[in-house]
Design a protein around this ligand. Structure first.
Ligand code: ADE
Length: 252
């Protein structure tokens, strides 16, 4: 997969993309990430990327020409999603990450200041994404969030025992608790079941913990999570009063 990022702060991306899973995915050739400075595509000698808004008001607006020139020259003849990071976009969720991970190529534009000239949205961008209902200083951190969530889904990126399919949200539920050694820490013991060596019962316990944690913290997720008929009955007994919108599943 190739990901092109357009920003006026390329230096922000250096260390986050040079650590952990993203670093390894790049080294393995699973993803080719290129960060482009929009300023390099500005035509004037001051390399201006923003200007005052028509109609007045405070703040600055990112000019359209450098952004169009940057995206069009990097994209060439390819067609691919061109995503603007903005608090006005559709909400980023695990399902969005999964869909983006299927693309061969992605372009991410990081907005700054009060906003981006509307013609960028209308005639260049194909999608707008927000990472949550809060306002950040720009699209750089959201672009990093999206790259991280997408890259770890690429086959071979995790490359260890745990698969991304078991993560919180990938199953539609939150994950239950995890423990490692020591078996007793300050008098707090690891649940016996996890040390029983009984794989089927451990799996059942984990599923139950996952359902309980979701019920306690994010009951809204239960409406759309894949659940067996027995799990629905059990959740009702545990006090869940919300709707079930998904068809039931038979698998564990
Ligand atoms: N730019 C500023 N805030 C943002 C957010 N929450 N999501 C995406 N882009 C943003």
């Amino acid at each position: 997969m190739r990901i092109d990022i357009f920003t006026i702060f390329p230096e922000m991306f250096v260390s986050p993309f040079d650590a952990s899973i993203i670093k390894r995915a790049r080294a393995r050739g699973l993803v080719d990430i290129r960060v482009h400075n929009i300023r390099d595509y500005a035509a004037d000698k001051h390399q201006t990327t923003d200007d005052t808004p028509y109609g007045g008001g405070g703040g600055m607006v990112m000019k359209p020409e450098p952004i169009f020139r940057a995206v069009e020259s990097v994209r060439g003849e390819d067609e691919c999603p061109v995503i603007l990071l903005t608090p006005q976009g559709r909400l980023f969720k695990q399902a969005v990450a999964e869909a983006l991970a299927q693309e061969e190529r992605l372009m991410l534009i990081c907005g700054r200041y009060e906003g981006v000239d509307e013609r960028v949205r209308q005639y260049l961008v194909t999608d707008e994404i927000s990472i949550g209902d809060y306002v950040l200083s720009g699209g750089e951190l959201p672009a990093m969030v999206i790259v991280d969530a997408v890259v770890r889904l690429l086959p071979g990126a995790l490359g260890y025992e745990r698969s991304a399919a078991e993560d919180s949200h990938a199953t539609g539920l939150l994950e239950g608790p995890h423990y490692t050694r020591p078996v007793e820490f300050r008098g707090w013991r690891v649940p016996e079941i996890l040390r029983s060596g009984h794989h089927a019962r451990v799996a059942e316990w984990r599923r139950q913990q996952s359902l309980l944690r979701t019920l306690e913290r994010r009951p809204d997720l239960l409406a759309t999570a894949p659940l067996t008929p027995q799990e629905r009955i059990w959740l009702r007994e545990m006090g869940y009063e919300g709707p079930f919108e998904q068809a039931t599943t038979n698998d564990e």
